[in-house]
Design a protein around this ligand. Structure first.
Ligand code: PMP
Length: 337
């Protein structure tokens, strides 16, 4: 468990002592962050430019928070000025932002947002499920108060554990709550004792940890450490660029026009005109044994989504997907209108 904690600290670029893995998938870390940091009646701001902001807003509503959103269309993002305006208007205790918006393919800029949040006495919560290890994140330097991810994306570990870390500022709010968090299972006081983050000499049984999944998570973190974060970021960036060039050469259009805002791990392709996107994904699944998804939430029907992350971020995997798409475009039905 100590090795896992230091692996996560490295992956997140943080020295936060309250760093651990939640027993569950990415959604459990999302709820762990929100359920601990927010009390009923608190104001929460969710940046919604895809499904993840929508879900964060839904979770905060369920515990009685006063939720406001700033909304950008799928494929859009928020400028720091827009964020600051919303912070002044709604005075939230927490801002949710997805760094890797996997339903739309946006890599959201992070610089300066932590500073703005702190200026307005707000905690910054960042979802890095689809991005960590594939694109730079510096939790401490960027002033992120709560950061979480999942085990099954860039880390390539089995799903079922979700790394999460809390800044001192976040802990101050959480450990001085007026009310207990709604979830016993996700209560940070219990979890931080279970993970040995609270400095107490003894650990009290809280729940049975998924130990096999913890061993797998430990190994996946060791592999990331061996490769080195910078190298991993660079590899994901290069493979994504190669893949995107290949798609454009085939006549396909990328959903995110600005190269700097393209998520290197999840590529969104504009659903090709004249085709039924479901026929393309089923054809590729049946013929090539590859799973390509359609859109999700607000991007449904608009895009095809391809995930190349962790060990799958390689030129050979990119070539395999390009060949499958080329084949699908020649074999699937194309309407003449
Ligand atoms: N956030 C983002 C950005 C994601 O891509 C995902 C998974 N697709 C999640 C949260 C939820 O993770 P999980 O499916 O592991 O619960």
């Amino acid at each position: 468990m100590a090795d896992i904690r230091s692996g996560i600290q490295y992956m997140f670029q943080t020295r936060n002592p309250v760093t651990l893995a939640v027993s569950g998938t990415g959604h459990s870390a999302m709820e762990c962050a929100i359920f601990n940091a927010v009390e009923a009646g608190d104001s929460v701001l969710a940046a919604v430019n895809g499904i993840w902001g929508e879900r964060a807003a839904d979770m905060a509503e369920r515990i009685g928070a006063r939720v406001n959103t700033i909304v950008a269309p799928p494929g859009g993002f928020f400028t720091n000025a827009q964020i600051e305006q919303a912070l002044s208007k709604h005075k939230p205790v927490l801002l949710f932002l997805a760094h890797g918006e996997s339903s739309t393919g946006i890599l959201h800029p992070l610089d300066g947002i932590g500073h703005l949040c702190h200026k307005h006495d707000c905690l910054l919560l960042v979802d890095s499920v689809a991005s960590i290890g594939g694109a730079p994140v510096y939790m401490d330097q960027q002033g992120i108060d709560i950061l979480y991810t999942g085990s099954q994306k860039v880390l390539n570990a089995p799903p079922g554990t979700a790394p999460i870390s809390f800044s001192e500022r976040a802990c101050r709010k959480i450990f001085n709550r007026r009310t207990k968090p709604a979830s016993f299972f996700l209560d940070l006081s219990w979890l931080s004792n279970y993970w040995g983050c609270d400095g107490k000499a003894t650990r009290v049984y809280h729940h049975t940890g998924p130990v096999s999944a913890f061993y797998a998570l430990r190994e996946s973190l060791a592999i990331l450490v061996e490769e080195g974060l910078e190298h991993s970021w660079e590899r994901h960036g290069k493979v994504a660029e190669y893949f995107h060039t290949g798609l454009e050469r085939m006549g396909l259009k990328l959903f995110v026009e600005d190269k700097a805002l393209r998520l290197p791990t999840v590529t969104t392709i504009v659903a090709p005109h004249g085709y039924d996107w479901k026929e393309i994904t089923s054809y590729i699944m049946k013929t090539h044994n590859l799973e390509i998804s359609g859109g999700l939430g607000p991007s449904t029907g608009m895009v095809l989504r391809v995930g190349l992350m962790g060990c799958n971020s390689s030129i050979s995997s990119a070539d395999m997907v390009l060949a499958a798409l080329r084949d699908a475009l020649t074999h699937c039905h194309k309407s003449k209108v």
